[in-house]
Design a protein around this ligand. Structure first.
Ligand SMILES: Nc1ncnc2c1ncn2[C@@H]1O[C@H](COP(=O)(O)OP(=O)(O)OP(=O)(O)O)[C@@H](O)[C@H]1O
Length: 311
């Protein structure tokens, strides 16, 4: 059996004894060469987990392995497996130019001058930083600084890349460049990428698999398309009629907007919607529109993270 690139076993982190754990009994497997999304509301434990994977925090319990190397027990071997960009931390040196930053991080990874030059030039060109390669990073926009941080994490061509909110605060163009680079890493180099994001379109576009964390626990861990398919079985419909709301069958609810009544409901079969439309017409309602509303990952995520915890 091939070793998963990232193996998390019953990981628990308690920051303050007596307080609820930030991460509780989390177990996950990330196959090599995949892009895996870590989702969850604020405070769910995503950053804590990534920091433990990157060796910046010690777990209270459980283990994490990167390409089979235990982060606590085989530290240097585990550290050689990844490059990381962590949220909110200064990942690059502002007084150095983009190219000098990459040279510095390349030397840290033990690369020779020629290899650093070739790789740095490729990354700078790829991420749209070529024109500004000799400017100090301190004078860059947030998006450009983020791109330098990503390039620095990739300079040693690590097999695993950990990215905490890689597109946070970036404009449309910068987000596109970063998303393309992430997709290309997995597709062309076989790199394993674990990313956290609140931007569900990013997860939906890039991640083959997602885990949803809530209050430190995994509430879903499955292929992104299965997560969506599970919800699409129960599509949501929206019917707009003129005038007041009539009595509705279970599963439907009505709200009034500007003299129109908007009826919404999730149904198992489309026939239920047509039955309702017939009944509305028979009752004299004037139908304005009927639409099917496809859920996106945000609907799914909200459904999983609302309601009682730890179900
Ligand atoms: N250094 C710390 N000391 C004490 N508690 C902490 C510390 N860092 C995080 N926490 C707590 O741990 C829990 C998980 O936080 P974490 O930052 O891992 O969540 P997150 O999912 O990354 O959230 P966000 O989406 O807001 O970045 C939160 O309740 C947070 O308050």
């Amino acid at each position: 059996m091939t070793v998963p690139a990232i193996e998390i076993d019953r990981l628990t982190k308690v920051y303050r004894p007596g307080k609820a754990p930030a991460v509780e009994e989390v177990s996950l497997r990330v196959p090599a060469g995949s892009v895996f999304g870590f989702l969850g509301p604020n405070g769910a434990g995503k950053t804590t987990t990534i920091k433990i994977l990157a060796g910046l925090l010690s777990p209270t319990g459980g283990t994490v392995r990167l390409n089979g190397h235990d982060v606590e027990r085989e530290r240097s071997a585990a550290m050689a497996q990844f490059g990381a960009v962590l949220e909110g931390s200064r990942n690059v040196y502002w007084t150095l130019s983009a190219r000098q930053n990459l040279a510095y991080f390349g030397r840290l990874k033990g690369l020779g001058k020629a290899a650093i030059r070739a790789r740095a030039d490729e990354l700078l060109a790829d991420l749209g930083l070529w024109e500004r390669r000799d400017d100090k990073v301190g004078a860059f926009s947030r998006g450009m600084q983020q791109k330098v941080a990503i390039a620095a994490a990739l300079i040693g061509d690590p097999p695993i890349v950990l990215l905490d909110e890689p597109t946070l605060g970036l404009d449309v163009e910068a987000t596109r460049a970063v998303k393309d680079r992430i997709a290309g890493l997995a597709r062309e180099r076989g790199t394993t990428v674990l990313l956290t994001t609140h931007q569900l379109d990013v997860a939906e576009e890039l991640c083959g698999q997602v885990a949803v964390l809530r209050q430190g626990r995994v509430v879903a861990d499955l292929p992104t398309r299965d997560l969506l398919a599970g919800f699409r079985e129960r599509d949501r419909y929206e019917i707009r009629i003129e005038g007041a709301a009539p009595a509705l069958p279970p599963g439907f609810e009505a709200a009034e907007h500007d003299g129109l009544t908007v009826i919404t409901g999730r149904v198992g079969a489309v026939a239920e919607v047509y039955d309702l439309v017939d009944r509305l017409r028979e009752g004299g309602a004037v139908l304005q529109s009927l639409a099917q509303v496809q859920p996106d990952l945000e609907d799914v995520f909200l459904a999983l993270t609302r309601g009682p915890a730890h179900v």
